[in-house]
Ligand binder design. Sequence first.
Ligand code: HEC
Ligand code: HEC
Length: 218
Amino acid sequence: MLSCAGCHSLAGVKLNGPDLSHVSLWPVGQLKPAIKRMEQRVGPLPDGDVDALADLLRAPNVRERLKAEEARIQAMFMAKLEPANAAIGKKLFFGKTELQNGGLACSACHAAAGEGGNLGPDLTSAFSRIGETPLISGIEKAGYKIMEPHYRWRPVTKQEAVHLTKYLSTLDPKMAPAGRPAFAHVGAGGAMAAMIGLVLYLRNGRKGRETKLQRRRK
Ligand code: HEC
Ligand code: HEC
């Protein structure tokens, strides 16, 4: 299931492929050919593997089993990374250190511990609400609709996601702004986020376009 998880989730997140929660209800006769078709993407899937994957996806406890598997894989990845460091995570969050691939600092859109923007939800209680493993992969994959376009070409590395998550884990969830869901204006936030993306795009693209214009003038 490792190679499948790169494109499919069971937690309602759309990656490159559709979320697979709904296929547990599919008849086996429909599910197996759908899995077999994935050979185009993951390489040969012998019948035994297809059967095992179909059984897994139809099992009532598939989420628990995958969570255990994910935790195991996460632990394996973690072993290769620098230990999580909250101070580094805080610098990344507030843009004191640039993200390796040039993405916007999180604080452009999110506040934590009372500081930062408000286009995205306040993240002071994110760690306690979301949990460590899903938070790391959510940040790394930018598995959130409005964030995704911004980070698609400037992905946050797993190492950075680990530091950022560590930073968020040090915040006191009780300090999160009280009252209605911190983030009530998805529409406006989305428009603003899209605008920030556009501004960055224009800034990066201007050079190229100017030369094109100059060429046209000649
Ligand atoms: C490189 C990305 C990628 C990988 C890896 C991948 N898939 Fe997919 N999968 C897709 C995409 C895109 C679709 C939707 C289009 C299609 O059906 O081809 C899909 C569709 C499916 C569907 C049908 C779901 C539906 O709602 O139509 C199933 C079932 C599925 N994949 C299972 C798997 C399994 C099991 C694995 C691992 C062996 C896997 N996939 C690996 C990208 C991927
Ligand atoms: C361009 C604006 C923008 C930037 C930059 C941004 N985010 Fe987001 N983020 C959002 C928005 C908007 C949402 C709300 C959900 C969505 O995207 O649809 C969100 C959702 C989230 C969530 C889920 C919150 C919840 O309460 O469920 C987390 C966690 C998160 N972002 C972490 C980060 C981190 C860490 C960074 C820095 C690497 C970051 N974001 C950078 C806009 C942004």
